[in-house]
Design a protein around this ligand. Structure first.
Ligand code: DAH
Length: 339
């Protein structure tokens, strides 16, 4: 019996030493201490021994069991340690590797143009205010001297929500909100989205952006308007830029003008970009119409003012030489990546 036990212990220790994986060890545990294991069988066999032999045999078997189970536990610990070492080695971080690039968003050309305009006008003491996109006819048309039946109302094909409420066709409506506040003088620009029922093509979109400007004070003249817009054009397109005012008509300004800048591609000689003109139109402007003042409770004999409206997309397209407005709305990352 004792000889047999020693053999079992030796075999077990040898087998445990050779075991390489947790599964091998588990098999050995079952082989010796499992329900049908060799040691378990010996313990079960105790009852068949003469009673006087049982205590000694029992002690010997238990000792053998402890020895085998200790060997198994040590082997398990060894395997755990080795597994951890392997894992640590395989997961080592090389901190000198170049970092993975995190994709970053880009500022949209419209936003770049807007930020530039805001910088220019804030620098001249203007406030930036916002007006609502959903407007009453009164703010978008009537208070701007565009009564029902006025042809200008047709020119700006309007999205109506009902007979009186509409999506603003121009940021000029923000002028009315500003005058309505009753605080003078006014020096403001108001950027925002406008809507017109236009079909989409390279130069039209049913929704685009404008930046409105309004200055009202005592003694404001057309010379102030000219000087202001010249500063703006030079800051936007470069020191060399020349500005040209052409007489025009807007119902809410008198006199009114359209403003062209010298083509910054050819410097005014004429090229494909300016269609041979040498000039590019950038905005509409004028002196606030006395009737608009009266409609908004401002005395036109005391105050004068100028206003202008720039198409933001137009500025962005010109600045970057983009020839199709649709690119501005497609969100194509290959396009946006360039800014
Ligand atoms: N609202 C005009 C448009 O959408 C642009 C404009 C012209 C605005 C003259 C003005 C202005 O404030 O004085 O075409």
């Amino acid at each position: 019996m004792t000889g047999n036990l020693e053999q079992i212990i030796r075999d077990a220790q040898k087998a445990v030493k050779e075991a390489a994986t947790n599964e091998d060890i588990e098999k050995l545990r079952v082989k010796y201490s499992g329900k049908k294991g060799e040691i378990t069988a010996l313990l079960k066999g105790l009852k068949d021994l003469p009673p006087e032999e049982r205590p000694r045999a029992g002690e010997a078997i238990n000792k053998a069991r402890t020895q085998i189970e200790t060997a198994i536990a040590q082997a398990q610990a060894g395997i755990r340690e080795k597994t951890m070492e392997l894992r640590l080695a395989s997961e080592t971080l090389d901190v000198t590797l170049p970092a993975e690039e995190v994709p970053q968003g880009h500022t949209h050309p419209n936003t770049i143009a807007l930020e530039e305009l805001e910088r220019i006008f804030i620098g001249m003491g203007y406030e930036v205010v916002e007006g609502p996109e959903v407007e009453k006819d009164y703010y978008n048309f009537e208070a701007l001297n565009i009564p029902d039946g006025h042809p200008a109302k047709d020119e700006q094909d309007t999205f109506y929500i009902n007979g009186d409420i509409l999506l603003r066709t121009q940021t000029s409506s923000a002028q009315v909100h500003e005058m309505e506040k009753g605080r003078l003088p006014i020096r403001m620009i108001s950027p925002g989205r406008v809507f017109r029922s236009d079909a989409v093509d390279a130069t039209h979109s049913p929704s685009f952006h404008q930046v409105e400007g309004l200055v009202i004070d005592k003694g404001i003249t057309f010379a102030d308007l000219k000087g202001t817009l010249e500063v703006m054009a030079r800051e936007l397109f470069g020191e060399e830029t020349k500005v040209r005012f052409r007489p025009h008509h807007f119902p809410f300004t008198e006199p009114s003008a359209e403003v062209d800048v010298s083509c910054f591609k050819c410097g005014g000689k004429g090229c494909s970009f300016c269609k041979g003109e040498g000039w590019i139109e950038i905005l509409g402007c004028g002196m606030v119409h006395p009737h608009v003042f009266e409609m908004n409770g401002i005395d036109p004999d005391e105050y004068t003012g100028f206003a202008f409206g720039v198409g933001l997309e137009r500025i962005a397209l010109l600045k970057y030489g983009i020839d199709d407005m649709r690119l501005m709305y497609d969100n194509d990352i290959r396009f946006l990546d360039q800014f």
